[in-house]
Write a protein that binds this ligand. Structure first.
Ligand SMILES: [Zn+2]
Length: 160
């Protein structure tokens, strides 16, 4: 049987924790047991608590050993990952038929281009490309911490 947590976590995480159906005390206790960078990640990405953004950028940049701008970009992209055309739905209604969104090829995710990234970073496209493996490292680290919180919550929260 799927838990309440699975239902919520497969929907929009921005609605947590009010829709989780757990008591605030249980939730906060479980949350506090997650890795520190993970809890910062959730505060910034899902609760949109701006004051934790700078500490998260610094922690990620240090751990991934990359320039801080790359950590900031990883967070920026994670905050609006949805395809701009289907808005993350993965498909579009054309007439009375649902079709895979051709812009994102049915992934629901926006593809950020090197030129977009270069503009955001205020770097040249060439230098941005040169930094792409560092960027991938910090982006992967961010999603690892994102998942680590989920793992802790699933382990710690009372089951139905
Ligand atoms: Zn799309």
């Amino acid at each position: 049987m799927k838990s309440k947590l699975d239902d919520i976590l497969s929907s929009d995480l921005r609605d947590w924790p009010s829709e989780l159906g757990y008591s605030a005390i249980d939730f906060l206790r479980a949350f506090s047991l997650a890795p520190k960078i993970g809890t910062l990640t959730w505060r910034v990405l899902y609760q949109l608590e701006e004051q934790w953004k700078e500490p998260l950028i610094r922690a990620l940049a240090e751990e991934a050993n990359v320039r801080r701008e790359l950590a900031e970009l990883a967070i920026h992209e994670a905050l609006s990952p949805e395809c701009r055309r289907c808005r993350g739905a993965k498909n579009l209604k054309i007439g009375d038929k649902l079709q895979d969104c051709s812009t994102c090829a049915g992934t629901g995710l926006h593809r950020f281009s090197d030129s977009y990234r270069a503009k955001y970073l205020k770097w040249s496209v060439k230098y941005t490309r040169h930094q792409s493996s560092s960027f991938k490292r910090v982006r992967d680290l961010l999603s690892e911490y994102d998942r680590a919180v989920l793992k802790t919550l699933k382990k710690q929260l009372p089951k139905d």
